[in-house]
Ligand binder design. Structure first.
Ligand SMILES: Nc1ncnc2c1ncn2[C@@H]1O[C@H](COP(=O)(O)OP(=O)(O)OP(=O)(O)O)[C@@H](O)[C@H]1O
Length: 626
């Protein structure tokens, strides 16, 4: 801990922190669904999602189906031509007539050419449709992820979102690219072949129909079992990605605390689980293939025996038997492929179910249906008034953090909040920035409930600057302009100058155009804070919420940040989670928070005289600085 970090003595209020740990049963259940990666989606949501994804392309989808239909007709004509050749063309040739054989050869060539051409058209068109669908789906996941509130992200984690947008979208791609083609081909082939068999010979047609019974039962049981496996598979790969993202996202603490071995162990466990679930899927597939081949081969053997007997007794033409056996082989061949399709289908269904569960989540901090505008700021009036009106707050995953309270902050005042770690300071600040809505009561900005403000209006009204200013990929100028995207280069520079960041920025390799993620663009923690302040100054909000950094800077750095803070706080209402003595001394008012309650409230001088907690804290601070 640093010498500038304030910590009040540990909690001594009745009830204590234990009170906050209680979780109502419905919260525990919802947390469990998040942990098990099973977000609820309304019944049929996966199917509705798929339909909504395909709906804009329905013309092309229909054309794809027609192309396949024609292609199958061309392919399935083959054995029929064989039967014709054996039973008609060959005897005709023996009689010196070449016409029928030439006709068969011409028809076979035509069928082959048509089948190739149609297949080409089909593959091209269906690939385009599937790419458009995936583009749309990835976009939906990204937009929805951005729109969902903070409490969702704290529970769902970015790794799961990445998994949804990558592996789950990928499994839908497999279904659309290969699976659907397989299914349509199989269905069409089955219909064509059964009809042709019935036309060629009633007995063979009936045999193929009878064999469909056990095969249907087999497919049904496989589908049920494989669904379970694929749902577990999607969760298992998401867990692997979550661990990956978490470890690499926190690589600094991981290395600082030598967490590599234990992370390796956890990762190996998750990786093995994924491998095991994959193995289960293969095992199910193997069982399916073996059983289906057994049924198919038994039927073919029976047909050959029976057919041979009938040919021998003269009740069946040899060509018909040959065509029937060829057709039966073609009928049963796709049954293995049906297993592949079911794999693709179940994998995509499990993924779609998870994506649908994600998309069914609604922001807990929604945009108002009928937004209200803030009253115009009277000329020269600094900031806006803030009121916490009968507010009570509990996180979704925990018990009550802030018991009911009311608090008014006058426009233009700087209010410092101090208190022990975990006291509820950041929670108070986040309620004012509307990262969360109060469980009860209202937070008002110039008398308007934050819930009634459109997001753009809210972000103009209140801006929160966190301890570690996050820098996005892009230039330093882009990062400052985040506060007001339409700002001109001159305005950006003016904000940086006012904050005292101009000099270090111009000293960077490309000045304001330095890419912060590239070599030479790396900037220090203090400089990062200055960029954060310049961003806030440019945004020029009426109310600023500031989580002061606890990290100790060197003395010049500390002075630069203090001076920048003075600039950014001037002329607006500010709520500052204070960790520095100098900040608290400069505030108009100090709130001391303990276990979610404001236990002292007043100007710093008066609180020091009152000899309460703040006076103790102030003395401890002075001692540590002196
Ligand atoms: N996202 C969250 N979900 C559930 N509980 C939370 C969450 N964030 C904070 N809490 C709990 O709320 C309480 C108050 O936390 P808060 O971050 O507001 O304290 P703080 O005073 O700002 O602490 P610090 O000075 O350490 O930042 C703590 O008990 C904490 O465990």
């Amino acid at each position: 801990m640093t010498t500038t970090t304030a910590e009040l003595p540990s909690d001594d209020s009745p009830g204590g922190p234990g009170r906050r740990r209680e979780r109502p049963p419905e919260q525990a259940e919802s947390a469990d669904l998040f942990e098990r990666d099973r977000l609820p989606a309304p019944g049929g949501a996966a199917r509705t999602l798929l339909a909504s994804l395909l709906a804009p392309h329905h013309h092309r989808v229909r054309l794809v189906a027609v192309l396949l239909l024609l292609q199958q007709a061309a392919v399935q004509a083959g054995p029929l031509l064989v039967a014709y050749a054996l039973d008609r063309a060959v005897p005709a040739l023996r009689a010196g007539e070449h016409g029928p054989l030439l006709a068969v050869a011409g028809a076979a060539a035509l069928c082959a050419a048509a089948s190739g051409g149609l297949q080409f058209g089909f593959v091209q068109l269906s690939a385009r449709v599937s790419q458009d669908v995936l583009l749309d789906l990835r976009g939906r996941i990204f937009r929805h992820g951005q729109a969902l509130s903070l409490d969702f992200h704290e529970r769902y984690t970015s790794g799961r979102l990445i998994s949804r947008a990558t592996t789950d979208v990928e499994s839908l791609r497999t279904l659309l690219d290969d699976g659907l083609q397989e299914l349509i081909t199989i269905v069409l082939a089955t219909v064509y072949i059964t009809a042709t068999l019935l036309y060629l010979d009633w007995g063979f047609g009936a045999a193929s129909l009878v064999s469909a019974g056990p095969l249907y039962l087999l497919v049904r049981s496989y589908r049920r079992r494989v669904h379970r496996v694929f749902s577990a598979k999607s969760t298992a790969i998401a867990d692997v990605i979550v661990k990956f993202a978490e470890t690499l996202g926190g690589i600094r603490p991981v290395q600082a605390f030598r967490r590599e071995p234990s992370n390796d162990a956890v990762f190996a466990r998750l990786n093995h689980r994924h491998e095991r679930v994959n193995g289960d899927a293969f095992l199910e597939m193997a069982r399916y293939v073996v059983t289906s081949r057994l049924v198919a081969n038994t039927t073919i053997a029976a047909v050959v025996l029976w057919g041979a007997y009938r040919v021998a007794t003269g009740s069946l033409a040899l060509g018909v038997l040959a065509a029937a056996v060829l057709y039966l082989r073609r009928l049963y061949d796709p049954i293995d492929r049906l297993g592949m399709f079911l794999n693709a289908y179940q994998s995509a269904a499990a993924s779609l179910q998870k994506i649908a569960g994600l998309l069914a989540q609604r922001p807990t901090v929604p945009e108002p249906a009928a937004p209200v505008a803030l009253p115009a700021l009277a000329g020269g009036r600094p900031g806006r008034a803030v009121d916490f009106d009968g507010v009570r707050f509990a996180y979704r995953t925990g018990g009550e953090v802030l018991p009911r309270f009311s608090l008014s902050l006058a426009a233009g005042t700087t209010v410092a909040v101090v208190g022990a770690t975990g006291a509820g300071k950041s929670t108070l600040a986040k309620l004012l920035a509307r990262f969360y809505d109060p469980t009860e009561g209202r937070v008002l900005l110039d008398g308007v409930d934050l819930r009634e403000l459109a997001t753009a209006e809210l972000r103009r009204g209140v801006v929160m600057v966190t301890q570690e200013a996050f820098l996005f990929s892009g230039t330093v100028a882009d990062n400052i302009a985040l506060g007001r995207p339409d700002a001109s280069r001159r305005e950006i520079e003016r904000a940086a100058e006012a904050i005292g960041a101009h000099d270090f920025i111009t000293a960077l390799p490309d000045g304001y155009d330095t890419d912060v993620r590239k070599r030479g663009g790396r900037i220090s923690a203090g400089q990062r804070q200055l960029v954060g302040f310049a961003r806030a100054l440019l945004a020029d909000p009426a109310v600023l919420v500031l989580d002061e950094a606890t990290s100790s800077l060197d003395i010049p750095g500390e002075r630069a940040v203090q001076a920048a803070m003075d600039t950014v706080l001037r002329g607006r209402t500010a709520l500052v989670i204070a960790h520095r003595l100098s900040t608290v001394e400069r505030a108009d008012r100090v709130l001391v928070v303990s276990d979610g309650r404001i236990v002292e409230d007043g100007p710093p001088d008066r609180l020091i005289k009152d000899r309460g907690r703040f006076a103790d804290l102030h003395r401890a601070w002075r001692d540590s600085v002196g």
